[in-house]
Write a protein that binds this ligand. Structure first.
Ligand SMILES: Nc1ncnc2c1ncn2[C@@H]1O[C@H](COP(=O)(O)OP(=O)(O)OP(=O)(O)O)[C@@H](O)[C@H]1O
Ligand SMILES: [Mg+2]
Length: 348
């Protein structure tokens, strides 16, 4: 276990953050970590329902519904989980087309006209919308939820005018994250003035502020670690606020350090020593000793490689959190366990 994983923190590292963006290489656990972080942030209220977190997804894949084992999440905020102390996690699948219609409604009072536009297929999103516009709609909707507290009742529907304590975004992967968040430069060639420009400016005000943190999920493997380092550099160059590194699926270390080094060397652990240890339980036959020596060598080599990856990650100078590999997969019990870990380590 690293220091990050063993230190107990009384206070979260980022109490001022209201938008947690979770990115990382594909398949490393972004959706899982975003869900666990939302649960961790939702806990700790003084009374049930006091803390309310919104979890958003932007890629139209219904990952959140799968994670929380609920019906597909519509373009509408839905409660998907309640913590043991009554904190609430709500989920929203943001869809660019729906966000556009809402946006037209809000700015141009084009309700029926927008619906007609859609009916006639004039807004054929998949093929016609510029990626920059799509992104500003997705981030715009997210930032609207983030800003709600500071502007109560401003410009959103009467039925879902909740204030959230924080918003967690299950974001696009590392390779696309800077472009996705940097909507200003994305729309600069498309809209120099007008409402889209204003929207992009409002989004950038939230995204570049201390209210936002972009966290990276990684495994202790070469590719995701390299992507994490590149992602940090890119975000920093774009003036976007970085958060922590979440090392996911960390495997337990079962040998003490001096043994590890020895086990990793050619020849590995001393067979005589192993034999002496195994004899009392009647397992000291050469086959078992040989198999265990090989296993210990494999374990040791992996642990040492992982230590190297951890060192690489330290170059980000970001806070590090570490989540265990859950042998049974990620069900609700597992997700709660990950949430507790994130809380214990100060991520929430
Ligand atoms: N700590 C963990 N222990 C065990 N399994 C895990 C852990 N974290 C994630 N997984 C599993 O790994 C798989 C990928 O996780 P997840 O879907 O969260 O990744 P992702 O980064 O969101 O992927 P994608 O890039 O496809 O969106 C899932 O099957 C998930 O249940
Ligand atoms: Mg995902």
């Amino acid at each position: 276990m690293t220091n990050a994983a063993t230190a107990r923190q009384a206070k979260p590292d980022r109490p001022a953050v209201r938008l947690h963006v979770v990115t990382g290489k594909g398949g490393t656990g972004k959706t899982t970590v975003a869900g666990a972080l939302a649960l961790a942030l939702a806990a700790g209220g003084r009374r049930p329902g006091e803390r309310r977190i919104l979890l958003v997804e932007v890629e139209g894949r219904q990952g959140l519904a799968q994670l929380f084992d609920t019906e597909p999440v519509p373009y509408e905020e839905r409660r998907v989980a309640v913590t043991s102390d009554g904190g609430e996690v709500w989920a929203l699948a943001i869809d660019a087309e729906q966000a556009l219609l809402e946006y037209l409604d809000m700015f141009y009072k084009l309700g029926p006209a927008a619906r007609a536009l859609r009916r006639f297929g004039a807004i054929d999103f998949a093929t016609t919308i510029a990626p920059g516009i799509r992104d500003v709609l997705l981030t715009g909707k997210t930032c609207e939820a983030v800003r709600r507290r500071s502007a109560p009742g401003a410009g959103h529907g009467p039925d879902r005018a909740f204030d959230y304590d924080a918003v967690v975004m299950d974001a696009p992967p590392t390779g696309r994250i800077t472009r996705f968040l940097n909507v200003n430069s994305e729309v600069s060639g498309l809209a120099r003035v007008g409402p889209i420009r204003n929207q992009a400016d409002a989004v950038m005000r939230v995204l570049t502020s201390a209210q936002t943190a972009v966290h990276f999920v990684t495994l202790l493997e070469e590719m995701p670690v390299q992507e994490t380092l590149d992602g940090f550099a890119e975000l920093r160059a774009a003036g976007l606020p970085t958060g922590g590194v979440v090392v996911n699926q960390a495997r337990p270390v079962v040998l003490p350090e001096d043994r590890l080094k020895k086990a990793a060397q050619p020849g590995g652990l001393d067979p005589a020593e192993l034999e002496a240890g195994l004899a009392p339980v009647g397992l000291a036959d050469p086959e078992t000793v040989g198999a265990l020596t090989a296993l210990a060598a494999e374990h040791a080599q992996r642990v040492l490689l992982e230590a190297g990856q951890r060192e690489e990650l330290a170059a980000t100078e970001a806070p590090m959190y570490e989540l265990p590999l859950l042998g049974e997969g990620v069900d609700r019990v597992g997700l709660n366990l990950l949430a507790k870990e994130l809380h214990r380590q100060g991520a929430a």
